[in-house]
Design a protein around this ligand. Structure first.
Ligand SMILES: Nc1ncnc2c1ncn2[C@@H]1O[C@H](COP(=O)(O)OP(=O)(O)OP(=O)(O)O)[C@@H](O)[C@H]1O
Ligand SMILES: [Mg+2]
Length: 254
């Protein structure tokens, strides 16, 4: 279980998270939605310990992550997680299979001789075949996304954090990835947080959906409740209209 309480994070004078409260139950997929730049990726990075919050508590399996300082402790903690970065974050100089298995050396005791077979197995799970030897530059955007996903699940983590796992994929591939996320949850019992703008995927994979706005969680509800909510903020977001209580600006400097 992941419990986030009163999480605050500023980058200089930019206040991003301003008291986020969110509980993700064991075995649950929590979808996080919210406007561009509202702090969704920052929230995931705080949970995995890549970004240190200014204050607040992040409890995973009963331990407060924000109190971990020792590198060994932090490494142990990260071992529980698979992280699918928004930008993919693949290493250009490594082949696809080396990218997929990159973390295994640090995260598991799996012998190196098994890496290639593991890469192939995980790549097949995300619908990729015969790409093991290619470099990221030889892949399409959607393929890179799927390689990043294969890497996130390579060490069979207990928790998976997905940052926009379906963005940039065609609708059918997006649905296949949503099914894969559901499958991982059901077969492996993983607990996940998935940030997405893809409402079709959000409704499919989310046990619950949390909306982040103005640095806080505005509300948490089931997909069914979200579809019929009268909350004007959530309505505006899920309907994707520019007019409404959420004032988003085209220019960051306005
Ligand atoms: N390392 C950093 N240093 C300075 N500012 C940062 C850093 N990381 C994020 N920010 C700022 O924090 C804010 C939130 O960024 P974040 O990436 O969390 O947004 P997001 O909700 O994931 O947006 P998107 O939907 O566009 O991915 C932005 O204003 C961004 O510029
Ligand atoms: Mg983001």
């Amino acid at each position: 279980m992941i419990r986030v309480v009163g999480l605050r994070k500023n980058f200089g004078s930019r206040m991003v998270l301003q008291g986020v409260d969110l509980t993700v139950e064991s075995g649950e997929t929590m979808v996080v939605i919210g406007g561009s730049g509202c702090g969704k990726s920052t929230l995931l990075k705080c949970v995995i310990g890549l970004v240190r919050p200014n204050s607040g508590l992040i409890e995973v399996d009963g331990a407060d992550v924000t109190r971990l300082h020792d590198e060994v402790e932090i490494a142990d903690y990260r071992r529980k997680f698979g992280y699918c970065f928004q930008e993919g974050a693949l290493f250009d100089s490594l082949s696809v299979w080396e990218n997929v298995t990159f973390g295994l050396k640090y995260l598991t005791d799996v012998p190196e001789g098994r890496y290639r077979a593991i890469a192939q197995e995980k790549l097949e799970l995300v619908g990729l075949r015969e790409v093991e030897e290619l470099r990221p530059a030889q892949l399409s955007g959607g393929m890179k996304k799927r390689v990043a996903l294969a890497r996130a699940i390579a060490a069979e983590p207990q928790y998976i954090l997905y940052d926009e796992p379906t963005t940039g994929l065609d609708p059918i591939m997006s649905d296949i990835i949503s099914d894969l996320i559901l499958d991982l949850k059901e077969k492996l019992g993983v607990t996940s947080i998935a940030v997405t703008h893809d409402m079709r995927s959000a409704y499919k994979i989310g046990d619950r959906i949390a909306m982040l706005h103005d640095g806080k969680v505005l509300g948490v509800a089931s997909p069914k409740e979200i579809k019929t909510t009268t909350n004007p903020y959530i309505r505006q977001f899920v309907e994707g209209v520019s007019q409404g209580p959420i004032q988003m600006k085209l220019r960051d400097y306005d």
